[in-house]
Design a protein around this ligand. Structure first.
Ligand code: BDP
Length: 717
């Protein structure tokens, strides 16, 4: 009886230990099963010499300890005095750690955040030295070593010298102070403002750790649609508490600043950026912030866009507004990140053109501590957009990339959509601003304009859900974003490979199948949502599901019909010279790839052209048939993903297997919904039937039009 009970307890214990809820992200550190690897890793992590006693080095130590115990079943012996002792030596370059084989140039070159990991032979034994110019660099190196181990690499001959390609690697949280998250699909905000500063939720620490593991070095805590309350004294103390948690992980905090704050919380009558009282108010506010958070990153501002206040209300420019704030934070080395996502309430010109027209004339007018943050495309974070024409068009201003990690327009939290291919497509696009090879990546890394400030921001997909991101595969987008901030030359394949191995398993069959699913997932989404350059045809407000028929919104550019322009003649937005001529905002060589209907890359066809339904596509099909083909192929490909995933059951834990299975079923239903609703609607305009070879929609257009989602997530602000 007793034995039986013990056996049951044991089984329960095993089940409990194996339960995966996704909380550990890519830092799970499962036991290494390969005996050879295990033996070599045990040797490598047997005796660890730690140089330095900062909080950051302590974090590195704890990470090594946790990883060793979990992966290797071994507790390393740590030594803090003798730098020559040990199989692994970590610490910054200094009196006790020599740079080993690094040259003076290497040391200078890795800068403040880079690291090196080098294996050398000392007294006939292999020794790994992880070093850098700062403790944070060392921490990044430790996480890199652990990544190599989690992905089962040899540690014998390491010679890695790595530094980030971008200086600012930020997450933007669109989190409101009441804990709702604008466009958040993973529960509520992780910031529990009410209990701060007294209560430090373990999540804050785990968040910092996850970010440090991929090199994220800044976080904007609150929504771009900002609330001035965040700048009041009690809230600044809460912000300080978070900054204190994040600091040892190399992460700075930033806040969004509501432009009208001097009126709302300062009691002034105006927020005019040229008004002396207003300028003084911001200076005092900056002084107050830096007194408690000396390394505060700076302000992010959304102004004169979608109802947000801004300098244009006072007939001032975006530069006037940004420069005023820049002056306030300059004494403390703070920066201002001014968003270029602007389109005016009463501007009849193509929305695609508006930001460019507002901002290009201001090039050269911004203070040196201002960055202009530009979304990857000119409209919004669509599943596919050509790159924003501002990239390359403001050579005197450091432009920061803004990507969306949260999947507002890319399937929200029910869809497996790996976004690295989208990010890479944009970063690799050639702006031709200084001749061939002037990629967007080179604009934002500052190399084209010789800018010291450079960086990327990603709108976070993190929330209070136990697995942080809602969909288990959405974690991959957080991970990929961070890895690309560090090194945008990494391939989508490499990043997916790393992430899968760390997050699930190193089983090759699993990796091959699921990596392929990830790599094709974004293109599949484009096919069933927005093929051939269609865009912005989603449901109004919540942006969930298709609604290409909507035409009753107060502002023209809030209506999907504005973007697809389907009529009896054809479909698509003519942005060529015969239409809005938005294409003229690109450099001539870039224009050429889209200017002519006949040669335009079909991925962007309906973005730039209004094309007859019977136009012959490269496939030989008519445009209408091609559209149907894309929608049907996209939905069928989701079915294929489901089948692929079903075959993965034996490789991973049942919890996450089940979650993904269920979500893929929902994704398939959504893909069919997109396909049917869009084609049924377009058929009323094209007057052409869905070809008979396809399974016909089993619901009517009216049925789809009648769907409502009053409590859809992310829309409750
Ligand atoms: C849009 C979102 C909206 C954001 C806006 C922005 O729907 O919620 O406030 O972007 O970036 O795509 O400011």
């Amino acid at each position: 009886m007793k034995k039986k009970l013990l056996a049951i307890v044991f089984i329960l214990l095993v089940a409990f230990v194996q339960a995966e809820n996704g909380y550990d992200l890519w830092l799970r550190y499962p036991t290494i099963k390969n005996k050879m690897l295990l033996a070599s890793y045990r040797l490598a992590l047997q005796q660890i010499s730690l140089q330095g006693n900062s909080a950051t080095i302590q974090i590195a130590k704890e990470e090594l300890l946790k990883a060793s115990q979990n992966m290797l079943g071994q507790t390393p012996s740590f030594n803090t005095t003798n730098s020559n002792y040990g199989s692994l030596v970590i610490g910054k370059i200094g009196a006790s750690i020599t740079a080993g084989p690094l040259s003076k140039n290497d040391i200078k070159d890795i800068g403040e955040e880079g690291f090196s990991i080098i294996t050398s032979m000392v007294n006939g034994k292999a020794q790994i030295i992880i070093t850098g110019n700062t403790d944070v660099g060392v921490l990044y190196g430790v996480f890199h070593l652990l990544r190599l181990m989690q992905t089962q690499n040899d540690l014998y001959k390491l010679h890695i010298i790595s530094k980030p390609k971008l200086k600012l690697r930020l997450l933007d949280h669109w989190d409101n102070l009441n804990r709702t998250v604008e466009r958040g699909y993973a529960g509520s905000s992780i910031w529990d403002w009410h209990k701060l500063p007294g209560y430090i939720n373990q999540r804050y620490i785990d968040y910092a750790r996850a970010n440090a593991s991929i090199g994220i070095n800044g976080t904007v805590l609150n929504n771009v649609n900002a609330n001035s309350t965040i700048l009041t004294a009690p809230y600044l103390l809460k912000v300080k508490a978070l900054a204190d948690v994040f600091r040892p992980y190399g992460i700075k905090v930033y806040l969004t600043a509501r432009f009208s704050s001097p009126i709302e919380i300062g009691g002034l009558k105006t927020a005019d950026p040229l008004n002396e009282e207003v300028r003084l108010w911001w200076k005092e506010k900056a002084k107050e912030i830096y007194a408690i958070i000396p390394d505060f990153g700076g302000f992010v501002v959304k102004a004169n866009s979608e109802g947000q206040p801004g300098p244009q209300e006072y007939k001032r420019t975006h530069a006037d507004g940004a420069d005023m704030l820049a002056d306030a934070v300059a004494p403390y080395d703070g920066i201002v990140i001014w968003r270029a996502f602007v389109y005016a309430a009463q501007n009849p010109i193509d929305r695609h053109k508006q930001a460019y027209e507002d901002f290009v004339p201001l090039d050269g007018k911004f203070k040196s501590n201002v960055m202009v943050q530009v979304k990857n495309g000119a409209i919004d974070f669509m599943p596919r957009e050509p790159f924003h024409p501002l990239f390359g068009a403001m050579p005197k201003t450091p432009l920061m990339m803004e990507f969306q990690i949260t999947q507002e327009y890319t399937g929200q939290s029910t869809s497996l959509v790996y976004l690295a291919p989208l990010y890479k497509e944009v970063l690799n696009s050639d702006t031709y601003s200084s001749g061939k090879g002037s990629t967007v990546a080179k604009v934002i890394d500052g190399s084209l304009g010789n800018h010291i400030l450079n960086g990327m921001a990603g709108v976070a997909n993190i929330g209070s859900d136990i697995n942080w991101c809602g969909h288990p595969f959405a974690q991959a987008n957080w991970y990929a974003y961070g890895r690309l901030c560090w090194d945008y030359t990494l391939t989508s394949n490499t990043i997916a490979d790393e992430w899968l191995r760390m997050t699930f398993t190193n089983e090759e069959k699993f990796i091959a199948t699921t990596k392929n699913m990830m790599l094709v997932s974004r293109e599949i989404l484009v096919d069933y949502m927005n093929p051939l350059g269609l865009h912005h045809i989603m449901g109004t407000g919540h942006h969930y599901g298709p609604a290409p028929w909507i035409n009753d919104q107060s502002r023209p550019e809030w209506n999907p019909v504005y973007y697809h322009k389907a009529d009896s003649a054809g479909i698509g937005f003519d942005r060529s010279v015969t239409g809005s001529n938005a294409i003229a905002q690109y450099f001539p060589a870039a224009q050429r790839q889209w200017a002519d209907v006949g040669t335009c890359d079909e991925k962007y066809l309906l973005w730039f052209h209004h094309v007859p339904w019977i136009y012959t596509m490269k496939s030989g099909r008519t445009l209408w048939d091609e559209l149907c083909f894309k929608y049907y192929t996209g939905a069928a490909d989701v079915k294929k993903m489901q089948q692929d995933w079903d075959a993965m059951e034996s490789f991973i834990d049942k919890e996450r297997f089940r979650q993904v299975s269920q979500l893929l079923s929902i994704q398939y239903e959504e893909a069919v919904w997109w396909r049917n609703a869009c084609l049924l609607y377009f058929t009323t305009v094209s007057k052409m039937p869905i070809p008979a070879q396809y399974q016909q929609p089993d619901k009517t257009l009216d049925y789809y039009k009648g769907l409502h989602f009053p409590f859809a997530p992310g829309n409750n602000n």
